[in-house]
Design a protein around this ligand. Structure first.
Ligand code: ZN
Length: 256
């Protein structure tokens, strides 16, 4: 008999790695994060509720965490509302942690103001942390993007995953990312140089340098716009990092 394998304490499964407009087949921002006893998702962009069901029933989620109010990171909460209100999720409830303003913004699409099955919790401005489930702790820190946008860190079983969210500077993510096992970092501009204007996003070199300064165990690149080659981005980030860099792929689990 083969030896019993211990389940990984923390596993990241990208559900959607796409951007505001995406490559054909890519779903917008959504990441499933699991421990042996709990499951959460980070972000719910367009298409993520459908794609998520290939991995888990939405009613089995312990929590949903939204990084910010851009539609490609939260718009499928509207699909979730119908799923929980009238569909298979009826009778279940999930807690959605989001920065201030996100629930109000989405409520604008909801005719009757009712949101069955979802309990919204507004995260503090600046930084903070909350217990999610089964020893899973969420820490968040505001980064320069659509205010307020939070970079997110999940700690469980002695392992740590950090998601940069969308961010205009790597510096703002560094305090959360320091010592993380896996850094899931946006790379909107691929291997291209950063634009001169104050940017709302990062390129591959900035992501790689962040991973190096944070002494991250592994860098996972995501949110690469379709104009940019993902392998070029991986190579540029690896040069700046000096460690392992992989491209986030939908459905390909990454043990943390
Ligand atoms: Zn954004």
């Amino acid at each position: 008999m083969p030896p019993m394998q211990e389940p990984a304490p923390l596993v990241l499964t990208p559900i959607g790695v796409g951007t505001a407009y995406s490559r054909p087949g890519d779903v917008q921002s959504c990441y499933l994060v699991r421990t042996p006893g709990a499951a959460i998702v980070l972000d719910m962009g367009a298409g993520s509720l459908n794609r998520l069901q290939q991995e888990i029933a939405p009613e089995a989620l312990d929590a949903i965490v939204i990084s910010h109010g851009h539609p490609d990171h939260c718009i499928d909460l509207l699909a979730l509302r119908v799923y929980f209100g009238f569909g298979p999720g009826r009778g279940h409830e999930v807690t959605v942690y989001a920065p201030e303003g996100v629930a109000e913004r989405l409520m604008g699409f909801v005719g009757d103001g009712r949101w069955p099955g979802v309990a919204f919790v507004t995260l503090d401005r600046g930084e903070g942390s909350v217990e999610l489930a089964d020893g899973m702790t969420l820490s968040h820190r505001e980064v320069p993007h659509l205010p307020p946008t939070n970079a997110l860190r999940v700690d469980a079983g002695g392992r740590s995953l950090v998601f940069s969210a969308d961010t205009g500077t790597a510096d703002a993510v560094l305090p959360l990312a320091a010592g993380s096992d896996v850094l899931l970092c946006e790379c909107s501009f691929g291997a291209d140089p950063m634009p001169d204007d104050p940017a709302l996003h990062l390129n591959a070199t900035a992501a790689g340098e962040l991973a190096r300064r944070a002494k991250a165990g592994k860098l996972v690149l995501t949110h690469v716009y379709p104009e940019y080659d993902r392998e070029d981005a991986r190579a540029a980030a690896a040069q700046a990092f000096g460690g392992e860099v992989v491209i986030a792929r939908q459905g390909e689990a990454v043990p943390v």
